[in-house]
Design a binder for this molecule. Structure first.
Ligand code: BGC
Length: 253
């Protein structure tokens, strides 16, 4: 499939899987099936880029590709690597992907920023206005800041220290699994984290995404933070959709 005007491909690199799909950029819906391939171990830049190329090949796509990574991306260079192989640090991700994907338009951005962009475009109306903090709960905690829908990229609230621990070591959904916490127990952790984020950044609303937002009814009602907490509408589709959008919208942090 070639790059039709309203279509794009997004690939979301996660701790366990590398997922991609052709996205209709006018609706935010997938066109056809999502492709998922296990994240290679170790998840070095070349090993991951090879799998990204496999995903794109399986999608039979030769148009532009956007890639979302769990890393701060500045001038297309990975600056951090909290939950991926440390050898990513200093990698020019654009050039790496160009070697594996060949000549085509490529955009690279942080995974939470990508998911937030998609949520602003296709999610709840309240995500589009005012100061909104979008959060993803997964292996880590990702964050994206929006003012009236415009992204301030590369915020890393998952690494804000709370009681001497990274917020994501307290309240990611991976921690819920590792410590076998019930939803109410885990919600207490999330509440602590959200209250600290609120104290420092005072958003009008939090939008909460990641796979666990599928079960939002089991934990969001337990939160007591004094700011609306809106479950993400696109759930874990958002990273792929936002990555695909980033190419056309020329988001290149
Ligand atoms: C990383 C972020 C990422 C988040 C979610 C954190 O550990 O530092 O860049 O957005 O995990 O994947």
């Amino acid at each position: 499939m070639a790059g039709a005007e309203n279509l794009g491909v997004g690939v979301d690199v996660g701790g366990s899987g590398i997922k991609g799909a052709v996205v209709d950029l006018t609706t935010g819906e997938f066109v056809g099936e999502r492709v998922k391939i296990a994240t290679p171990k170790p998840a070095t830049p070349d090993a991951v880029a090879a799998v990204v190329a496999d995903v794109v090949r399986e999608l039979k796509w030769d148009g532009p590709v956007g890639v979302a990574l769990p890393s701060v991306i500045k001038h297309q260079i990975a600056v951090t690597a909290a939950n991926i192989d440390k050898s990513w640090i200093g990698t020019n991700v654009h050039d790496l992907l160009a070697r594996h994907l060949g000549a085509r338009q490529i955009a690279v951005l942080n995974d939470a920023d990508a998911a937030g962009l998609a949520e602003v475009a296709f999610g709840e109306e309240d995500a589009k206005r005012g100061a909104v903090i979008f959060l993803t709960f997964g292996t880590g905690i990702g964050s994206a800041f929006f003012a009236d829908g415009r992204l301030f990229p590369n915020t890393e609230l998952g690494h804000l220290l709370i009681d001497g621990r990274d917020a994501e070591h307290l309240a990611s959904s991976a921690v819920k699994d590792a410590e076998d916490l019930s939803y109410p127990e885990w919600a207490t952790r999330v509440d602590t984290v959200l209250k600290e984020f609120d104290r420092l950044f005072n958003p009008a609303a939090f939008v909460v995404g990641g796979g666990i937002s599928r079960k939002a009814d089991r934990w969001v009602p337990h939160l007591t933070v004094d700011v609306p907490v809106i479950p993400a509408k696109l759930r874990n589709r958002a990273g792929i959709v936002g990555a695909a959008m980033a190419v056309r919208e020329h988001v290149a942090p």
